[in-house]
Design a protein around this ligand. Structure first.
Ligand SMILES: *[C@@H]1O[C@H](CO)[C@@H](O)[C@H](O)[C@H]1NC(C)=O
Ligand SMILES: *[C@@H]1O[C@H](CO)[C@@H](O)[C@H](O)[C@H]1NC(C)=O
Ligand SMILES: *[C@@H]1O[C@H](CO)[C@@H](O)[C@H](O)[C@H]1NC(C)=O
Ligand SMILES: *[C@@H]1O[C@H](CO)[C@@H](O)[C@H](O)[C@H]1NC(C)=O
Ligand SMILES: *[C@@H]1O[C@H](CO)[C@@H](O)[C@H](O)[C@H]1NC(C)=O
Ligand SMILES: *[C@@H]1O[C@H](CO)[C@@H](O)[C@H](O)[C@H]1NC(C)=O
Ligand SMILES: *[C@@H]1O[C@H](CO)[C@@H](O)[C@H](O)[C@H]1NC(C)=O
Length: 301
């Protein structure tokens, strides 16, 4: 009798404590930035154990190595340059929406740049240079309206330059050098940009044969005021060619005209002198210099 009455009570207590355990463990109770950083750590190989004190039981990640927090304990910086990190960059970086600075340069990170970086709307500096990143620049990077410094140089990125990069007027430095980008170069608004070491890009944005066939090496590191990488050099080249052809044509016409006049005079004067063809040729050649001096002055008059 007594045991029958007690069992519902025990069940109730058990259910209550289970619920409280559940609520304690639920994602609401865990700092989402801790989760996101643990996601980043999970896909990186860390031979020097610089991420050792990243611990998912932390209340916040503000005491962790390489993590910078705002006074409100929000993660605003992630900086692990030159730590020989390899592995890939996790998509969970997109959950660190307060990030302003990401410095992961000079590591050995492989894989592609996750498109989730486009969610980091407060990002001002992104440096992923000197890694082994592959794939294309995600188009979502164009959404980063506060991005001022973007360095992706010395990776193995490929594909076309995203046109959205050209729209980022707030960008002051853009370094895409030493990758494998191809195709035309948009008019970047970044004050300083560097695209050297991309053998597949072409100089003019207008040519149809840009992709791979024109392998004109472009090497400049310039600011906006100076030569935009468009058709300046080919234009000069074409202008020179046109000028050369024009001068050549004029010269040909002039010399043809002069030869005609000379031939008529010689023909009239020396018609009885030309005994055989060989002799005629010698006479002609021998008189050529004289002809040029004499007849040029005639022509000019
Ligand atoms: C990132 O945020 C999304 C949506 O809020 C969530 O579903 C996902 O689990 C989060 N990932 C990490 C690693 O925090
Ligand atoms: C990348 O890894 C290679 C060997 O796997 C090593 O020689 C090189 O120093 C590493 N580079 C960086 C920047 O850590
Ligand atoms: C970087 O890591 C690779 C293996 O992943 C190792 O061969 C290399 O010596 C390391 N370099 C440095 C500078 O720690
Ligand atoms: C990038 O690569 C070029 C060519 O291999 C090299 O000269 C340059 O030093 C590299 N830059 C960095 C930061 O490693
Ligand atoms: C660029 O692409 C070519 C052909 O796809 C490849 O052979 C070369 O290794 C690539 N270079 C880099 C730096 O990724
Ligand atoms: C660039 O900006 C212009 C005007 O703001 C817009 O019309 C165009 O679609 C944008 N292009 C890209 C690729 O974002
Ligand atoms: C940018 O232009 C200024 C003056 O026009 C020049 O002094 C400076 O060297 C240029 N910077 C680069 C990176 O070309």
């Amino acid at each position: 009798m007594g045991s029958k009455k007690a069992s519902p009570l025990i069940l109730l207590v058990f259910l209550c404590s289970w619920a409280s355990v559940l609520s304690f463990l639920s994602p609401k109770g865990v700092n989402p930035e801790v989760l996101a950083l643990m996601g980043i750590k999970a896909t990186l190989k860390d031979p020097h154990d610089v991420l050792e004190n990243w611990d998912q039981d932390s209340v916040d990640p503000c005491s962790w190595n390489m993590v910078t927090c705002s006074p409100e304990n929000l993660v605003i910086g992630l900086g692990t340059p030159s730590q020989n990190l390899s592995g890939t960059l996790s998509v969970s970086i997109g959950n660190l929406t307060n990030l302003q600075t990401v410095l992961l340069q000079d590591n050995n990170i492989t894989g592609s740049i996750p498109k989730e970086v486009g969610k980091l709307s407060k990002l001002q500096t992104l440096d992923l240079s000197n890694n082994q990143l592959t794939g294309e620049i995600p188009k979502s990077v164009g959404q980063l309206r506060n991005l001022q410094y973007l360095r992706l140089n010395n990776n193995s990125l490929h594909g076309a330059f995203p046109p959205s990069l050209a729209n980022m007027t707030q960008l002051t430095l853009l370094d895409l050098s030493y990758n494998n980008f191809s195709g035309p170069v948009p008019k970047f608004s970044a004050r300083t940009f560097n695209i050297v070491g991309n053998p597949l890009i072409c100089a003019t944005g207008r040519e149809n044969l840009c992709y791979g066939t024109v392998t004109m090496p472009i090497s400049f590191n310039t600011n906006n005021s100076q030569a935009i990488p468009s058709s300046d050099r080919p234009k000069c080249h074409k202008l020179g060619l046109a000028l050369g052809i024009s001068i050549g044509c004029i010269f040909l016409l002039l010399s043809g005209f002069c030869t005609f006049i000379w031939w008529r005079r010689r023909h009239n004067q020396q018609i009885f002198l030309d005994v055989n063809d060989q002799h005629k040729e010698e006479v002609c050649l021998g008189n050529l210099n004289r002809f040029q001096f004499r007849e040029t002055s005639t022509c000019n008059q």
